[in-house]
Every structure is written in structure tokens, then in C-alpha cells.
Ligand binder design. Structure first.
Ligand SMILES: NC(=O)c1ccc[n+]([C@@H]2O[C@H](COP(=O)([O-])OP(=O)(O)OC[C@H]3O[C@@H](n4cnc5c(N)ncnc54)[C@H](O)[C@@H]3O)[C@@H](O)[C@H]2O)c1
Length: 276
């Protein structure tokens, strides 16, 4: 963990939404050096260890989200719909859910949120384009659009109320990369932990966009505008290249899922209204 002379001290409270999910499982039990109390939240109870405790909360219920954030602390907002889905699901979990999260933060005095955004806010950019924090959004799905909305909320609550957010556009945060695209987009669990440490400790956060990827040889995303955070990913997907290439076919370069950064999301069925 990088510690700078001006870093914020250990926090008294850290709240994690979506704690039962894939990323939640990988970070649970590994953050006790950051905060005195860690509140794990999801739709159902989450098993706890050490200084963790569980509090259930449906993000679509503002009163429940207010109860979760009563007592303040920093928030890791991982909860919500994490793939493409019918609009109603996205509406409740991601649109209403993120609104409730930021409203509750404002009302309960939370000052810092890590917003789990996604590479799918820029999924329709070609892979040859090196993107940075100021690149235009090109969402590849209703899911991606919901993350555009979440990033917009984060900016509003920063500019109007001073609530700081890290807009972490996560690539593919899994134990290891499982396909060729993930050789570029993979973010290791340990690099996620480091990003969370810097989110909590950096003295002035603001509301920056950061692409969540490890130090991969193939790279579509430039994070140099956020060097001030002190986040330097250490892992690389390259160590898995042989295994991934042996297990997967060479895809056609003409496949839109290969041409565009969003991969399979750009060709996935649109879950819109069906014609009668
Ligand atoms: N894993 C990745 O590689 C990746 C990539 C890009 C973005 N993200 C984002 O990071 C976050 C975490 O990803 P993940 O892979 O752990 O997702 P996940 O689907 O495994 O976990 C999401 C969790 O949110 C909870 N949830 C859903 N709706 C809820 C609601 N209404 N109220 C409360 N909780 C609710 C679910 O129960 C689940 O446990 C998501 O917001 C996702 O969009 C993840």
C-alpha cells in the first residue's frame, strides 16, 4: 500500500454495496487495514469476518439506503445490475439505485463514493483508439447507458454538494482473464484493492475518471491524467496469455465484437420492447 505524507488517516467506517457480488467476494476480508468498521450490504445477508458487519438493503428503497449510510463513512458502490438486462431491471438497480445512493450520501453526510462504472460507457470506440478520461462516451448497451447516468449523477453531486467520487470504469475484474479481449481489459483483484486504498487515502480526490485495468501489455486506456491518485497497477494479464490463447480460437478481425472495445456487448441482443 503506497502511503504519502499527506494521505488521509484510517477511516472509521467503510460501506460496500453489492458486497455479495463477484467483486465484493474478492475484496471482502481484505480491507480491514483501511477502516475500523466495514459494513457489507446487498439484497440478502453477507457472511462477515473481522471488523465487517452485514446490513441488507435494496438500493431501490431510499429509506433503506439512508439507513445504510447513517453514520457516514466512505462508500464503495458496487451494487446493481452488472450486465445487459431488460430496462426495468436496470431502472431499479442502476438508475433509481444510484440516485438513491447519491441522495442518501447528501442527506447522511457521506463525502466520498467509489462509483463502479464500466468500460461499457465507451464500448463503441474502436480498439485502435487510445482513450483517456476526456474521451467522449459511446455506450454499447442499456447497461452502459445506466453507467453514463451514474457518472453524471456523480459529477452533479460533486459540483453542487462537494461529494467526491472515483469514477472507476472497470474493465474485467476477475481472478484471471478468460478470453482474448480480457488480455487488454483485465483488472486483477489485487490491483482493485490498491485502487480502493488510493480512493480512501488520497487527500483530494475530486471526481476523476479512471480506467480499471492492470498493467497489461495490450492497453486501450490512458490513465495519465490521474497520476495524482498514486495508483500504479502492478499485475499484468500477460502471464495468462499462453493459457488464454490455447483455450480460445483466433477471432475474425471483422467481428464487431473484436473491432470495438465493448466486445460481445456491442453485438448482444437489444432487450427493448418487442413488436406485437
Ligand atoms: N466485474 C467486472 O469486471 C465489472 C466490470 C465493469 C463494471 N463492473 C461493475 O462493478 C460492480 C460490481 O460488479 P460485480 O461483477 O461484482 O457484479 P455482480 O453482479 O457479481 O454483483 C452485483 C451485486 O449487486 C447486487 N444488487 C443488484 N441489484 C441490487 C439492488 N437493487 N439493491 C442492492 N443490491 C443489488 C447483487 O445482488 C449482486 O450481489 C457492478 O456495478 C458492475 O456493473 C464490474
Amino acid at each position: 500500500m503506497a502511503i504519502f505524507p499527506t494521505d488521509r488517516p484510517r477511516r472509521s467506517r467503510l460501506v460496500i454495496t453489492g458486497a455479495a457480488g463477484g467483486i465484493g467476494k474478492m475484496i471482502r476480508g481484505k480491507l480491514d487495514h483501511i477502516a475500523d468498521e466495514i459494513v457489507l450490504s446487498d439484497l440478502t445477508d453477507v457472511s462477515c469476518s473481522g471488523n465487517e458487519r452485514s446490513q441488507t438493503c435494496d438500493l431501490a428503497d431510499l429509506d433503506a439506503v439512508r439507513a445504510l449510510l447513517k453514520g457516514g463513512g466512505d462508500v464503495l458502490h458496487f451494487g446493481g445490475q452488472s450486465t445487459e438486462a431488460p430496462f426495468e431491471r436496470i431502472l431499479n438497480a442502476n438508475l433509481i439505485g444510484s440516485y438513491n445512493l447519491y441522495e442518501a450520501a447528501r442527506l447522511e453526510g457521506v463525502r466520498r463514493v467509489l462509483f463502479a462504472s464500466s468500460n461499457h460507457v465507451i464500448g463503441f470506440h474502436p480498439r485502435e483508439t487510445l482513450l483517456d478520461a476526456d474521451s467522449p462516451m459511446r455506450p454499447d448497451s442499456l447497461y452502459g447507458v445506466s453507467k453514463v447516468y451514474g457518472e453524471g449523477l456523480a459529477h452533479l453531486y460533486h459540483d453542487k454538494f462537494g461529494i467526491e467520487s472515483l469514477l472507476l470504469r472497470i474493465g474485467s475484474c476477475f481472478k484471471e482473464p478468460s478470453d482474448r479481449r480480457q488480455l487488454a481489459t483485465w483488472m486483477s483483484p489485487q490491483d482493485m484493492i490498491h485502487a480502493i486504498e488510493r480512493f480512501v487515502m488520497v487527500p483530494r480526490l475530486g471526481c476523476p475518471v479512471v480506467y480499471g485495468r492492470s498493467n497489461n501489455s495490450e492497453n486501450w486506456w490512458d490513465n495519465s491524467k490521474t497520476d495524482y491518485l498514486g495508483w500504479n497497477p502492478q499485475d499484468t494479464a500477460e502471464v495468462f496469455r499462453g493459457k488464454v490463447e490455447a483455450a480460445t480460437e483466433v477471432p475474425s478481425p471483422l467481428d464487431p465484437a473484436v473491432k470495438y472495445q465493448g466486445g460481445a456487448f456491442v453485438t448482444a441482443d437489444h432487450p427493448g420492447t418487442k413488436e406485437e
